[in-house]
Ligand binder design. Sequence first.
Ligand code: UDP
Ligand code: MG
Length: 189
Amino acid sequence: MLNIIIFGPPGAGKGTQSEYIKERYNLTYISTGQVLRAEIAAGSEIGLKVKDIIDHGGLASDEIVAEIIEKFIVNHSDSNGFLFDGFPRTVKQAEILDNLFKKYNLNLSGVLSLEVPEDILVERMLERGKTSGRADDNIDSIRHRFVEYDQKTKPVLDFYQNKNVLHPIHGVGTIEEIFDNICEVIERL
Ligand code: UDP
Ligand code: MG
């Protein structure tokens, strides 16, 4: 069973590459960002709680995303492998995921960490903002997303480095080139 986390700063291409990865390896995919945006669009209780935070580039609470992830795992207990996109985003969330894996008898195959320089990330997100309709693809929210990433998410890299499951991926190039880099790593897992 292949259980993969795709990791990287905002705009690194996690969502884009996930589309290819889940197809090739037949994985059950969840993007917590997508789920949260859907909750906001639906005006649910969770959506109302997180809307302002997310629009301004902040992070939803560990409790909220942990609940989303556990429900997802439980609802897909027949899965032959998971692909997590955009989660965990804090060390606390990484610990929670660790416990969920123990609880549901899963093991983490690897963390694919997309590496892209910040100027390219900003460029990509501003470009995406023209058509994505995402309230957080504007320069002020993007700046705040980087601050959150640096302070809260980056430490997750050390967490997985210490477990020897971290795999850096060169994240600059065409979509196909980056996907090749990813597949090379997955084949070795
Ligand atoms: N977000 C969050 N927790 C998550 C996933 C997403 O708080 O586990 C919020 C956060 O505000 C983030 C936004 O949703 O900036 C968009 O996340 P997504 O992963 O979709 O965007 P990306 O970082 O890939 O551009
Ligand atoms: Mg994304």
